[in-house]
Design a protein around this ligand. Structure first.
Ligand SMILES: *Cc1c(COP(=O)(O)O)cnc(C)c1O
Length: 455
């Protein structure tokens, strides 16, 4: 065996000093969010009641391609950044592919996923504005866990609405949040109007991110000195995640190669955008031809089978109307184990990019995702998060296509998190207890019909 380089490591001083805002470079800007009552476009100021001001400003920023990372945030990034870029030699060998496969390892963060990249700045900006309390929702618990840490770092009180199915499937994520001092409430709950309404209609509801968002928004609106925070979907969240791709660009330079295809799993789009957008800048500005592939679960196929339309981000309809690929805000996805991918809509930026064919999407059945995750674990020694398994499965499809064609493509995917707190899900896969969930075209059509036509 040659003296080959496995991991490409950047020193601490290479932690990015700015985030990349792709909106500034997009030829077709995303359509603006709308006030659901008046149908008028919203400004950043309209978002101030709900979000910290600087976050609202970032959300609406169309002109600055690069936005400074505050020193306080960068210092906390140094707890785990820069993260390694890894050449997956063993996976390549297991597949017998001529492709070169790299992954950016965000699972090394102390909380286990990329979510912390946005949790730190969100908590920081709230603190800076004198906020004392924050609320949020969490699916699998990754966002809640990351924000619990960030809230404790900045001395904020945090209430987390956790999707009930995950609260039951992933009790240790709840323990992590509580360890950091957060209050965790299973959603739907009786503590909000939105939660009570769902429980009245569907007493056995296992919850959804859409419902949990409604509850967290309602609590923030009714609590003094309290802001709401979101772990995905929104532009400012994806902005923060671009530290992933900005580091990866430098690390790919160290390898002497450049990716032909960049892959991320897709819940609301933040880790996908985080790894992709800095590379996509080269497509927009310099005529590069890299492909960008979002991998979503077949049970929640908003990118591959949804419609591009204005829709709400939450179940109760409290949020602004957002132009997105959606399956309808009332859509309740199957109880798959990739809790972080169970969301009805896609972020606004990724939705516009998909519409403009700047990126692609594939949908991955649950069993294929776990099969890919187990193959990766055995090859590379890391048990991936069930969400990340979707990116791995998409990377394996690309690598297998290279095996057919003999092409030596360079494949880069984001390992968004590890699965060490998701072993109950692996247990069920390994004992043959998991099944695939597909939405029939009929079900999708029926669901989409229910979305109100606003514009
Ligand atoms: C939340 C989560 C996702 C999905 O969210 P995105 O905003 O689409 O990145 C993916 N992977 C992991 C590990 C997560 O925790």
């Amino acid at each position: 065996m040659k003296n080959r380089v496995k991991r490409y490591i950047l020193p601490e001083q290479d932690v990015p000093t700015q985030w990349y805002n792709i909106v500034a470079d997009m030829k077709t800007k995303p359509m603006l969010p709308l006030n659901p009552a008046t149908k008028q476009p919203l400004t950043a100021a309209d978002l101030y009641p709900l979000f910290a001001r600087e976050l609202a400003d970032q959300e609406m920023n169309e002109k600055d391609a690069f936005i400074d990372i505050p020193d306080e945030v960068r210092e906390l990034y140094k707890n785990y950044r820069c993260t390694p870029l890894v050449r997956a030699y063993e996976l390549e060998e297991a597949l017998g592919t001529p492709a070169h496969i790299y992954f950016k390892n965000e699972s090394v963060s102390p909380i286990g996923s990329h979510k912390i990249n946005s949790a730190i700045p969100q908590a920081y900006y709230c603190k800076k504005e004198g906020i004392t309390n924050i609320t949020t929702e969490t699916g699998a618990g990754q966002w809640g866990a990351a924000l619990s840490y960030a809230a404790s770092a900045f001395d904020l009180e945090l209430a987390v609405y956790m999707v009930k199915i995950s609260y039951e499937q992933k009790p240790y994520r709840r323990s992590i949040m509580q360890t950091f001092g957060a209050q965790v409430i299973p959603s739907p709950s009786m503590s909000t109007k939105a939660g009570r309404k769902v429980l009245t209609n569907t007493p056995n509801s296992s919850g959804s991110l859409g419902i949990a968002i409604s509850e967290a928004v309602e609590l923030a609106m009714n609590t003094e000195n309290c802001k709401y925070t979101l772990g995905s979907v929104l532009n400012h969240v994806t902005l923060h995640q671009t530290v992933i791709g900005l580091e990866a660009i430098k690390q790919m330079e160290m390898t002497g190669e450049y990716p032909d295809v960049v892959i991320g799993c897709f819940g609301g789009g933040s880790n996908f955008g985080g790894i992709s957008f800095p590379f996509m800048r080269n497509n927009i500005k310099n005529g590069y031809k890299t492909r960008f592939v979002a991998a979503e679960p077949a049970s929640c196929p908003k990118l591959t089978k949804g419609v591009f339309q204005y829709d709400f981000g939450d179940e109760a309809g409290y949020t602004p109307l957002l132009p997105m690929f959606t399956l309808g805000h009332n859509f309740s996805p199957a109880n798959i184990h990739a809790g972080g991918l169970r969301y009805h809509g896609a972020g606004v930026i990724a939705s516009q990019l998909l519409k403009d064919k700047m990126m692609e999407a594939v949908d991955i059945p649950q069993l294929e995702s776990f099969e890919a995750g187990c193959l990766f674990a055995r090859a590379e020694g890391i048990v991936p998060a069930p969400e990340s398994n979707h990116a791995i499965a998409a990377a394996i499809r690309e690598a297998n296509a290279c095996k057919e064609s003999g092409e030596k493509k360079v494949i880069l995917f984001n390992l968004s998190g590890h699965g060490l707190i998701d072993m109950a899900s692996y247990d069920r896969y390994l004992t043959g207890d998991l099944t695939n969930h597909f939405m029939s075209d009929d079900d999708i059509a029926k669901n989409i019909e229910k979305i109100e036509k606003f514009v």
